[in-house]
Design a protein around this ligand. Structure first.
Ligand code: KIV
Length: 287
């Protein structure tokens, strides 16, 4: 491929520069075919650790490993061309020290080719964000409802219902932005808090269940495609992929049982040709 034909990907600084401008369109992707579709319309693709729940059937994101994130990150990088690709650091791969975070994040960048990582951002996060950013790794932060903390929170309810928690969320976002995060996911908060966080920081907020007042939006792609019967309140199903898939699988099963599939159209028709004589390759005997 020539250098001219290369379409440059969106960069982390370009995402930051969109603060308060055209809304930033983001979705998750975990595999090559979906990444190709999402890439066409999105500024940013997140290889989220939600992969554990929506692809691997885990009950939370806590069981997701770095190896899983790398494998899915590689698949997404193979077919996406334009969007900035961000890979989640999973639970247990970054919280204990900045050095651990650097080891995990650098592995993700080197082994997938993605351009940035995301971490869920409690009080420990600013030190990690500045350490990674100074060493060449762009970081997206994640405040509000933090799914990796489900065992502490006791569930996935929207956050910021009392002022103490709301203030903590604003403070976490401000600290993450000041530490160098290039954008911040804000998950599961009410409209007022989303507005407050968006106004309080100089980098874009990417909302998920956080109202239209964020600088961009993200959804878990299988949720918005209608792959599941139950989804959180904030998910709009833009299609019914589960219903459509069920219809297709049912039709396939019926046609197989009725020997209606494969019909002639889907069958090879060639006749076997007589085998060609192959030259005798046995070396001549030396007399
Ligand atoms: O893992 C994920 O998909 C996420 C989004 C919910 C933002 O973190």
């Amino acid at each position: 491929m020539s250098a001219q034909s290369h379409i440059p990907r969106m960069t982390a600084p370009e995402i930051t520069a969109r603060k308060g401008k055209e809304p930033i369109v983001c979705l998750t992707a975990y595999d090559a075919p979906m990444a190709a579709i999402v890439d066409e319309y999105c500024d940013l693709i997140l290889v989220g650790d939600s992969v554990g729940m929506v692809v691997h059937g885990l009950s939370s994101t806590v069981g997701v490993t770095l190896e899983m994130m790398i494998l899915h990150g590689q698949a997404v990088m193979r077919t996406s061309k334009k969007a900035l690709v961000v890979v989640d650091l999973p639970f247990g791969s970054y919280e204990d020290s900045v050095e651990t975070a650097f080891k995990s994040a650098s592995r993700v960048l080197m082994e997938t080719g993605c351009q940035a990582i995301k971490i869920e951002s409690g009080s420990y996060a600013p030190a990690t964000i500045s350490y990674l950013t100074e060493r060449g790794i762009p970081v997206m932060a994640h405040v509000g409802l933090r799914p990796q903390s489900v065992n502490v929170l006791g569930g996935y309810r929207a956050r910021g219902r009392d002022q103490k928690v709301a203030t903590e969320i604003i403070n976490n976002a401000v600290a993450a932005a000041e530490a160098g995060a290039f954008a911040i996911v804000v998950e599961g908060v009410n409209t007022k808090l989303a507005e407050q966080v968006t106004e309080a920081i100089h980098v874009p907020t990417i909302g998920i269940g956080a109202s239209k007042h964020c600088d961009g939006q993200i959804l878990v792609t299988p949720d918005m495609l209608g792959m599941f019967d139950w989804t959180p309140k904030f998910v709009k199903k833009f299609t019914d992929l589960k219903g459509e898939s069920e219809k297709a699988v049912k039709a396939y099963a019926e046609q197989v049982k009725a020997r209606a599939f494969p019909s002639k159209e889907y069958t090879y028709k060639f006749d076997a040709q007589p085998a060609k004589k192959t030259p005798n390759k046995t070396p001549n005997k030396i007399k």
